[in-house]
Design a protein around this ligand. Structure first.
Ligand SMILES: Nc1nc2c(c(=O)[nH]1)N[C@H]1C(S)=C(S)[C@@H](COP(=O)(O)O)O[C@H]1N2
Ligand SMILES: [Mo]
Length: 319
């Protein structure tokens, strides 16, 4: 019952078939409580809630691809390649090791705490988001600050849709995102004791509201595997990959630019804004070109805003 009380007003239960055993157990339980006849409506509500909370995360995948984000002549990165080459320092700094070290990480159930300077703070279950948000697939190009890049189909919804529900106050100018920090489940944290954990990132509110900014729960038509940031991350395709924070537990609206993990560690190398820009070298390497994951010999020119200038150049002074 506590579940129902916490459920946000915009929740709509739909499309879920009651598994036979769940249905019977619930009926049985209600009967024992003496709810059987008259409280049919309550029973229905409880069933809907329970079925939903028992529904497997994968139920809705794959989602239809948005035609606006389905570039022709672009080869998708191999799924295994992308899933075995990951930056997720909470598990390992060795990209080929990350996926082998996520075994203890519990990503289901998962609640995201949305709060700070907003009218409607909420704790929302990721399954509810998947069930209620306008989910779709988009193929985005993604470029890491280390100069490798990939092209993958993400499943999710525009982050703006969640922000609209929370109704940020006028003082809110930035959005702060925080990754879960569980030392028992994340073996990489202890190996980097001087890092300012948890992993924290941020965007300006207008960047977070940009239609390109996606809250992502899936990749390659399936729920996100842990190494890609299960069960929910963001993807900000015109910024270097470190802004696309994984396994998000908290989203907070704030007035001032928040401290972020990478900027705190090395502000010259990993500044807050970090838009992809071939003309601004990293202090230790050029950003003019990138290599394509899965084909290290193929070096291509990096584009301003990673090729998304049409969508985002209005956010910034001309560069
Ligand atoms: N919590 C958390 N999020 C993170 C990181 C991380 O170490 N921890 N690495 C970032 C970096 S540097 C990149 S390039 C992308 C990599 O995403 P992928 O492994 O899904 O390709 O995740 C970003 N999000
Ligand atoms: Mo990165």
């Amino acid at each position: 019952m506590a579940n129902i009380i916490r459920r946000p007003g915009w929740y709509i239960s739909e499309k879920f078939v009651t598994p036979e055993n769940v249905f019977r157990n619930r009926r049985q339980f209600l009967k024992e409580l003496g709810f059987a006849g008259g409280a049919a409506l309550l029973a229905q509500a409880l069933e809907a809630a329970e079925v939903n909370s028992n529904s497997p995360m994968g139920k809705k995948y794959p989602l239809p691809r948005n035609k606006d984000f389905d570039p022709a002549n672009v080869k998708l990165t191999d799924e295994t390649e992308a899933g075995t080459w990951n930056n997720f320092y909470e598990f390992s700094t060795a990209k080929r090791e990350v996926h082998r070290r996520t075994g203890k990480f519990v990503t289901e159930p998962w609640t995201v705490d949305v709060g700070g300077l907003c009218e409607k703070p909420m704790k929302v279950d990721v399954k509810e988001l998947i069930d209620t948000m306008p989910m779709e697939e988009r193929v985005y190009r993604f470029r890491c600050v280390e100069a490798w890049s990939m092209t993958v189909p993400w499943t999710g919804f525009p982050l703006s849709k969640l922000i609209e529900k929370a109704q940020p106050k006028s003082e809110a100018k930035f959005v702060r995102f925080v990754t879960a920090m569980r030392r028992d489940e994340m073996p990489g944290i202890a190996l980097l004791p001087n890092y300012p954990w948890p992993y924290t990132e941020g965007l300006r509110l207008d960047e977070a509201m940009n239609p390109l900014t996606m809250a992502v729960t899936g990749i390659y038509g399936k729920p996100l595997p842990k190494q890609h940031g299960a069960p929910i991350r963001i993807v900000v395709p015109w910024k270097y990959g470190y802004k696309s924070i994984k396994s998000i537990e908290k989203i907070e609206f704030v007035a001032k630019q928040p401290a972020t993990l990478w900027e705190s560690l090395a502000p010259d190398e990993y500044p807050f804004e970090s838009n992809v820009n071939p003309n601004v070298p990293h202090p230790r390497w050029s950003q003019a070109t990138e290599w394509i994951l899965g084909n290290q010999s193929l070096r291509v020119r990096t584009k301003l805003y990673n090729g998304y200038a049409d969508y985002v150049s209005g956010l910034y002074k001309k560069v």
